[in-house]
Design a protein around this ligand. Sequence first.
Ligand code: NI
Length: 254
Amino acid sequence: MYIETHAHLTMPEFSDLPLVVERAKAAKIDIIINASFDLESSRQAVELTKRFPRYMYAAVGIHPHDAQTMTDESFVEIKQLASNKDVVAIGETGLDYYRNLQPKEIQQAAFRKFLVLAQELDLPAIIHARDAQEDTIRIIHEENKGNLRGVFHCFSGDDKLIQFATEQALYISFAGMVTFMKADNVRENVKNVPLSRLLLETDCPYLSPEPFRGKRNEPAYIPYIAKRIAETKGVSLNEIARVTTNNAKELFKV
Ligand code: NI
């Protein structure tokens, strides 16, 4: 079995959701966690947990691209949504200086508030960090009161961030990029992440793994990512399935 730790099945790309779920189940995906990017997708992710009980779980939060929508009202509602028993994480949250769609100060302020909230509610944080490694490390250092749990999703950092994640007991998740021909740097990272810290995700509908690159991504493609990770680490596919499932259960308590 596998756990898909980061999907966006609330998006309009998934008008065929029942079929997507059928294919995911056939591919041995036993649990799907939907990550959110704003208030509306947070509400929808919670709705999906009701439509697919004990199969879908939700993370609620505001993506750095949408950090300007972080008002007092939206923050309060996200906090309320987070009290739902099927909300298992806060996120996405973090910093993205690559696309840099919001001023850095606004991204940082929202990131800090969500790191505090995650610890207050004892939920893990799903952290999106892109081209913002130094500030990500600094802010986590400043906001971690000793009980921060979480994951760097769709990991694109370097050795230093892997080292930091391991010290802070944070997990590292890889998506379809690990299968891309030119992504030797991502596979180098896979080699350096201990099995005990590793998670799987698709980040669908984005970033389809080979051989589906360029098409819509979906949770049923998790085994393609797992297979490439297994080859890269020189362990069996079963071992990757087993450890990543255990890690996801440990982190998200699903
Ligand atoms: Ni995402």
